[in-house]
Design a protein around this ligand. Structure first.
Ligand code: NAD
Ligand code: DAU
Length: 332
């Protein structure tokens, strides 16, 4: 039994991981979260106070970070500015949190000799052609496209340098696109589900041929716990569940599952520099650490996710008008 510090644990994937830890281990959890627009305290409601604590603070603030890292047995670092579209409008917070914030945590884990796991994304590798049979592997060179993905790539490189130069005990994972409960409604899948629930037509960027490799957030959590427990220090693991699908297919599936005509959506302005395709070869994690995803049927995972947003309107409805107003300013 240990104490795990989860940064960004009030966001989408971090909160899923907190639930996963409390349900599947004896660990206690401290969440450090700045509670930005992307956080939602409701995602952490009802957790056992004898095993769970939420600390509001900035990962870039050494005075906040130091005592928490000192008392933790491990740090799992999810906190980030995570949305590509926001990074195109204003990259400033991405530099602060993803780079300075990660640097601050690394200095603390170096000082207190705390085990560290770094959460990252497949976007650090750039994109693949639509007709290329290749997938990303642990050996794929970094080639990020957006301010978001370049700051995530930079944060991964900081971790690698701190492992090699200072010997910190760390692992890194790069995961593909997550979906599931508690995802902010600025993101593709929950935006379209909540559009339909609100009587707004879904919005597809460009032709919608871009491919994403979908994984349920719960499978991401079990993979991270596997790496934390069994991963080799100093190593990077790619996390994916063979969920490649293009955006227009995902949108038509959502429309069908929600009883709407499959063409009831609008094409809107495309994202500048829009990555074409992501695809993860996750065989290392499966073969070396024996991890397997549970949500192997994307359509039934989508069905559960639609159900969750339909049943949890109080979680997302207060955010909807502001999110849509922001998108409509840029024609999306
Ligand atoms: P999110 O935007 O839903 O949540 C991020 C959380 O970090 C929020 O609770 C926010 O308040 C917090 N945060 C932001 N700045 C902070 C700061 N300076 N100090 C403390 N807390 C701060 O993001 P997410 O989608 O849950 O992503 C979590 C992590 O997983 C990120 O590192 C992201 O790069 C990575 N990732 C995401 C995906 C995906 O599909 N969403 C896929 C692979 C990897
Ligand atoms: O690959 C992992 C990454 O996945 C994570 O690192 C990021 O944090 C996460 O946000 C996600 O990035 P994407 O840019 O792929 O996700 P997003 O949900 O923003 O968009 C998914 C796809 O859907 C993308 O091709 C853009 C498109 N899209 C998005 C929105 C919001 C639309 O067509 N319409 C929309 O309204």
């Amino acid at each position: 039994m240990g104490k795990i510090l989860v940064t960004g644990g009030a966001g989408f994937i971090g909160s899923n991981f907190v639930h996963h830890l409390l349900e599947n281990t004896d660990h206690s959890v401290t969440v450090l979260d700045k509670m930005t627009y992307a956080a939602n305290e409701k995602s952490l409601e009802g957790l056992d106070p004898s095993r769970f604590e939420l600390v509001k603070g900035d990962i870039a603030d050494r005075n906040t970070v130091d005592p928490l890292v000192d008392e933790a047995d491990a740090v799992v670092h999810y906190a980030a500015e995570s949305h590509n579209d926001n990074s195109l409008n204003d990259p400033t917070p991405f530099i602060h949190t993803n780079l300075i914030g990660t640097f601050t945590l690394l200095e603390a884990v170096r000082e207190y000799k705390t085990r560290y796991h770094h959460i990252s994304t497949d976007e650090v590798f750039g994109d693949l052609e639509l007709d290329d049979p290749a997938k990303f592997t642990e050996k794929t060179p970094y080639n990020p496209s957006s301010p978001y993905s370049s700051t995530k790539a930079g944060s991964d490189l900081l971790v690698r340098a701190w492992m090699r130069s200072f010997g910190i005990e760390a692992t890194i994972s790069n995961c593909s696109n997550n979906y599931g409960p508690f995802q902010h409604i600025e993101k593709f899948i929950p935006r379209q589900i909540t559009n339909i629930l609100s009587g707004i037509r879904p919005k597809l960027y460009g032709e919608g041929l871009n491919v994403r490799d979908w994984i349920h957030a719960s499978d991401h959590s079990s993979a991270v716990l596997t790496i934390l427990e069994k991963g080799k220090l100093g190593e990077t693991y790619l996390i994916g569940a063979n969920g490649e699908e293009n955006n227009i297919t995902v949108l038509r599936t959502i429309l069908r599952l929600m009883g709407q005509p499959e063409d009831a959506f609008d094409h809107v302005v495309d994202r500048p520099g829009h990555d074409l395709r992501y695809a993860i070869d996750g065989s290392r994690l499966r073969e070396e650490l024996g991890w397997e995803p549970r949500f192997t049927n994307f359509e039934s995972g989508l069905e559960n996710t639609i159900e969750w947003y339909a049943e949890n309107r109080d979680w997302w409805e207060p955010l909807k008008a502001e999110v849509e107003a922001k998108y409509s300013k840029v024609g999306q």
